[in-house]
Design a protein around this ligand. Structure first.
Ligand code: PHE
Length: 351
């Protein structure tokens, strides 16, 4: 069924529609109104549908009038809809149900992970002293992780690193690939690729076949340092690391060096700082010793220099390696290393 079409009929429908629109009070009524006039079977829609079967003259005049009426109704609809929505908000805020002057929800911003934070802080302390930051591969060859560092196959020193081997056998029946157990392989990689002087700092992730507990994780970060040049002595090592400790833990820190063994340094040391919690008197944090071990270090072993192609009669250097999580634990008073990588927002949000 189509409406009988005439310009008069179009005007009639339009003014009826506009009349009714004036008394509409809700968005539901407004939708009913839209359907009644402009829906699929709406009154104006019917007229428009009938236009096609008219004579060309009628088609032109009635078609134009109907299209104009449609545009008018659509515009009035939009205006009425906005007015109704504004009224709803005004009502709610007047009755106190919502306070439109309140700020919106804050967009949650992430923060830096405590490891990222401390690694950056450590790197900054060393770049300030002229070191350059470089990174290396996490999947490493036995060659760099051990051989080049004066730790030959079947040498008992390998027991110092609990290793995760990659399940890959080469043509000689060897399994030469592993997840690096420390960042020290970068010492060899850098010296192979660069002639002295070298001053680098290497942050990166390491992995060990390790049962986890409050002070051990099977994956963790290390920051390695290496300086090689003519005439570098143990005094340079001490001065550099002392300056580092004071930057991270405070100007009043004291440091202590004790002999330790790592196959790629000679002599090798471990470095401790006096306990910042009790100033060396002895407390829970320092296990009543007054000192806290923070890293291994030493003078680069002549065999390591030689393997990488440096003449050990001309060049000497020092190297060190530390665990940034451990440094962060000391600095921020964190008592379990497992917190770093358990993705607990209650922990992470504190940084
Ligand atoms: N790579 C050693 C470790 O993982 C630390 C170290 C680095 C010691 C450099 C001496 C020199 O235990």
């Amino acid at each position: 069924m189509t409406e009988e079409a005439s310009v008069g009929r179009v005007e009639e429908v339009k003014s009826k529609a506009l009349d009714e629109l004036g008394s509409i009070e809700s968005l539901e009524q407004l939708e009913e109104w839209r359907i009644a006039y402009m829906g699929r079977r709406g009154q104006l829609t019917q007229i428009l549908r009938g236009v096609g079967s008219l004579s060309p003259d009628e088609r032109r005049s009635i078609g134009a009038a109907a299209n104009k009426a449609k545009a008018t109704l659509e515009e009035s609809l939009t205006q009425r809809e906005q007015a109704l929505k504004d009224a709803v908000v005004a009502d709610l805020s007047e009755s106190g149900a919502i306070d439109v002057t309140l700020p919106g929800w804050p967009a949650p911003l992430g923060g830096l992970h405590p490891t990222t934070r401390i690694v950056r802080e450590i790197c900054e302390a060393f770049t300030f002293m002229g070191f350059q930051v470089v990174e290396g591969p996490e999947v490493e060859w036995d060659h760099y992780n051990f051989e080049m560092l004066n730790i030959p196959k079947d040498h008992p020193a390998r027991d110092m690193w609990n290793t995760l081997w990659v399940d890959y056998t080469d043509e000689n029946g060897e399994t030469p690939m592993l997840l690096r157990t420390h960042t020290s392989p970068m010492q060899a990689r850098i010296m192979e690729n660069q002639s002295p002087p070298v001053r680098v700092i290497v942050p990166g992730k390491c992995y060990r076949y390790e049962a986890t507990d409050a002070t051990h994780e099977w994956h963790f970060y290390q920051v390695e340092g290496l300086a090689v040049d003519r005439g570098i002595t143990f005094a340079d090592l001490k001065g550099t690391l002392f300056e580092f400790a004071r930057r991270i833990f405070g100007q009043e820190r004291k440091v202590r060096f004790r002999c330790d063994y790592f196959p790629f340094v000679e002599p090798g040391v471990d470095m401790s700082i006096d306990c910042f919690a009790c100033s060396g008197k002895g407390c829970r944090i320092c296990s009543d010793t007054g000192w806290i071990e923070i890293m291994g270090a030493g003078m680069v072993h002549p065999k390591v220099l030689e393997a990488a192609g440096y003449d050990h009669n001309i060049y000497t250097g020092f190297a060190f390696g530390m665990g940034p999580e451990r440094i962060a634990m000391l600095k921020y008073g964190i008592d379990d290393i497992r917190l770093f990588y358990s993705n607990d927002l209650r922990f992470l949000k504190q940084f």
